[in-house]
Design a protein around this ligand. Structure first.
Ligand code: GDD
Ligand code: MG
Length: 360
């Protein structure tokens, strides 16, 4: 049996600066709350017990995920009164773990989408008799991540969270936010106070000579911290670029959920998902986007790489590109919403109010 802790809390996930008045883990990606993909992928890899460590109220998750049986796992929730940080949250979740002191426990950040071979990480962890094994990926700009240089035997040499100076950037390998811990290492994290696993636990373990291994696996990996990447993740799930058993339909260029109305004269592509009760009118083109439940994309509108909130309306001929339209917002006809714009929930934009071009 393998157990896992899923980290879903902290300040970072309180859905800023977006959209939808829903905590980010519950915003749908490829038709289901994002977290469903992580749970389904873990279950697929043989995980049988997941402890969700969160600062949110249980009523956010429980109505959807329940006891996890729909996913083939036993799911429990532990809720922090105050955010305990990543390490504190893992420690707090430990009271629900049943693994013995030497057994492996998986830990996942809740805001990443990865094609990691989870079983492979557990196996190499056990073969190396490691204290902690970390999945690492290479990125071009590591400044927003935890930097993890390793030696020729993959042993972790240092852990530098959010490197500040050019001198600190000694590698392009970063912490991908998925670990295997020896259970006893979790139990040694101080209890009852905030602890950062990145800033305190890992550096402390390294200083004490513990065995930390990094597994640099060149696999699909996306940090969903930004809405743009969330939209990308959804499109990649729809298209099957990364596999998730939780996608409610066959892989393809679009996913139209039951109850959506797509006019035959509309064009969908690049992994677009159209939610229940949403309406895409004739001549509209929607590419690589998420259209949430009950939204309307009017005739001739062009939507690309964007998140269109629930019940919002995109007016005739309006262009929305790389942007977020909040729930219930109404964007009038002939607007251009581009380049990372955020239309706030319930906001109203009159016809032709926002243009980047000078043609009107
Ligand atoms: N329960 C709980 N309580 N969860 C928390 C808390 C907390 O107080 N603080 C953070 N988390 C969860 C977040 O919900 C997220 O799933 C995960 O822990 C990581 O926290 P973030 O706030 O998203 O950190 P980050 O994105 O800046 O950096 C982390 O992820 C990078 C990869 O995406 C670090 O682990 C980096 O080292 C890593 O490279
Ligand atoms: Mg993050």
């Amino acid at each position: 049996m393998t157990e896992a802790v899923l980290l879903v809390g902290g300040q970072g996930t309180r859905l800023r600066p977006v959209t939808v008045n829903t905590p980010k883990p519950m915003v749908p990606a490829a038709g289901v709350p994002f977290l469903a993909h992580q749970i389904a992928r873990a279950a697929d890899a043989g995980v049988t017990h997941i402890v969700m460590a969160t600062c949110y109220l249980a009523e956010v998750f429980e109505p959807y995920f329940g006891d996890g049986s729909a996913f083939g796992v036993h799911l429990e929730y532990v809720i922090e009164d105050e955010p305990l940080g990543t390490g504190g949250a893992i420690r707090n979740a430990a009271r629900r773990l049943t693994s013995g002191p030497d057994e492996p426990v998986l830990v996942f950040n809740g805001d990443i989408l990865t094609g990691l071979d989870i079983r492979g990480l557990v196996e190499s962890h056990q073969a190396a008799e490691a204290d902690v094994s970390l999945h690492l990926v290479r990125v071009s700009d590591p400044r927003a991540f935890g930097l993890v240089p390793t030696d020729a035997e993959s042993r972790v040499l240092a852990f530098t969270e959010k490197p500040q100076t050019p001198e600190e950037i000694v590698t392009d390998q970063i912490n991908a936010g998925c670990y295997v811990f020896r259970r006893s290492v979790i139990d040694a994290i101080p209890e009852g106070r905030p602890v950062s696993v990145e800033r305190e636990t890992f550096p402390g373990l390294l200083a004490s000579g513990a065995k930390l291994y990094g597994k640099t696996e060149d696999t699909y990996w996306l940090d969903l911290g930004k809405p743009e990447s969330f939209v990308q993740a959804s499109a990649d799930l729809v298209r099957g670029v990364v596999a998730s058993p939780a996608v409610p339909g066959p892989r393809g260029e679009s996913l139209v959920l039951p109850g959506a109305q797509v006019d035959p004269g509309a064009k969908l592509g690049d992994g677009t998902v159209v939610g229940a009760g949403a309406r895409i009118e004739a001549g509209a083109v929607v590419q690589g986007s998420i259209v949430l439940d009950g939204a309307t994309v009017r005739a001739g509108a062009q939507v690309s790489a964007s998140l269109i909130g629930a019940r919002s309306v995109i007016g005739e001929r309006t262009v929305v590109d790389g942007s977020v339209v909040g729930d219930g917002a109404r964007v009038g006809a002939d607007n251009e919403v581009r380049a990372g714009a955020r239309v706030w929930c319930e906001a109203e934009l009159p016809d032709a109010a926002l243009r980047f071009s000078s043609d009107r």
